[in-house]
Design a protein around this ligand. Structure first.
Ligand code: FNR
Length: 375
């Protein structure tokens, strides 16, 4: 039998993917203001990138008003947001696509200007992100990160409930599944890692305790969706937003082993070479590969992302390191990415200046290959 390729089918939970070119979750900061609801422009953008049997993971969306760290990010906790997302989902389904929503809370990667009543951001512990990293304020200015307020133990349970409600809202919007954002230095990862979690209750200290919040949030989503329509994204060895565990192997081995027992739709890695890809172009060599290191601990579907183009994506799949590849930056600039990769067409370079915020430019105006040929 031939080894699988990017264009073999793949079963993810109840869905049969027709290819393995997944769209990575991408914050684009183009929701309505005020309201932070998806709008028709966002539906166009996702529909452009939808293919029959192709999986899109919609951008990280806060499950509660305290969960924002960027302006113009869509939420998933109001009726208007659910209605906006329903239009996005309908547009993707009309193209035959499959779409999951990434559930988010930024924790300490926020600023009081985003918080209800101008309060401090909340986090596992009162530990600020180091000053070499800068926060974005609600009006788009640069500021130092503040020292967050540590969540009380009783508030952690409420936070798990916020994720549960976010999962319910995603279901109400018609999504096909949800992904827990456990990567890039945000709330879930702040609980996981020892530098941001100094708690002395059942959510801190031992690795088992630090993994507890991730497992509880994931279980809350499972309660709503069933395990086979819930995925989790992790970034072991990542350094985004002041994150980074000194010795990732024991922590992530335990986290992945714990998740493996739950029977999830998939596990999704960001390869360390692309950690922080949203802010700068980093592409380190000689760093460990998450998919290679942890695959032996994971019995389900594995998606990997970060620095993939055509060839290294094909070989990752053919060699069995991953089952599918998620593409971020090239999916921004190539709405027809699966077809381009399949045909070997050249890729349009992306323009970092239009990643975040704005309107059509750099969002829905990247042409498909065929349109380019006609131009
Ligand atoms: C990202 N990334 C990201 N990751 C995530 O889990 N949720 C998100 O909402 C975002 N948002 C986001 C916005 C932008 C503009 C970029 C460039 C990146 C990370 C992204 O999903 C992906 O892991 C990285 O971009 C690495 O993959 P590529 O770009 O090398 O294919």
């Amino acid at each position: 039998m031939n080894p699988p390729s990017l264009f073999s089918t793949l079963q993810i939970g109840p869905y049969q993917l027709k290819h393995r070119v997944v769209m990575a979750p991408l914050t684009r900061m183009r929701a309505t203001r005020p309201g932070l609801a998806p709008r028709p422009l966002n539906a166009d953008y996702y529909a452009q990138r939808a293919t029959p049997g192709g999986l899109l993971i919609a951008e990280a969306s806060p499950v509660v008003a305290t969960g924002f760290g960027n302006p113009g990010v869509p939420g998933v906790y109001t009726e208007a947001q659910i209605a906006g997302w329903r239009e996005v989902v309908d547009a993707v389904h009309a193209e035959g696509g499959i779409i999951f929503l990434q559930l988010w809370h930024v924790g300490r990667v926020s600023h009081s200007s985003f918080q209800p009543d101008g309060a401090l951001p909340v986090a596992p512990s009162a530990v600020a992100i180091p000053s070499e990293f800068k926060a974005m304020t609600a009006d788009g200015k640069v500021a130092d990160y503040e020292t967050p307020r540590a969540l009380e133990t009783s508030e952690v349970a409420l936070m798990v409930e916020a994720y549960r409600q976010g999962a319910r809202n995603a279901l109400a919007a018609g999504f096909d599944g949800v992904e827990i954002h456990g990567a890039n230095g945000y709330l879930v990862e702040q609980f996981l890692q020892s530098r941001s979690n100094l708690r002395t209750d059942q959510y801190g200290g031992s690795i088992d305790n630090r993994v507890r919040f991730l497992v509880e949030v994931t279980q809350a989503a499972i309660d709503v969706w069933g395990a086979n329509r819930v995925g989790v994204r992790l970034s072991p060895y990542g350094i985004a937003n002041g994150s980074g565990e000194a010795d990732p192997m024991p922590l992530y081995s335990h986290a992945i082993t714990s998740l493996d027992k739950l029977g999830l739709a998939y596990l999704h890695f960001i390869e360390p070479r692309s950690s922080g890809a949203g802010r700068a172009d980093v592409n380190w060599q000689n760093v460990p590969s998450a998919m290679v290191l942890y695959r032996p601990l994971w019995s389900g579907v594995l998606i990997s992302a970060g620095g993939f183009v055509g060839e290294n994506a094909q070989s990752a799949i053919a060699e069995g390191h991953a089952d599918a590849i998620a593409f971020g930056r090239y999916f921004i600039s190539n709405p027809d990415l699966p077809r381009r990769l399949q045909r070997g067409y050249p890729l349009t370079p992306y323009n970092r200046a239009t990643f975040y915020g704005g309107e059509e430019k750099g969002y829905t105006d990247y042409p498909a290959h065929d349109e380019l040929a006609q131009a």
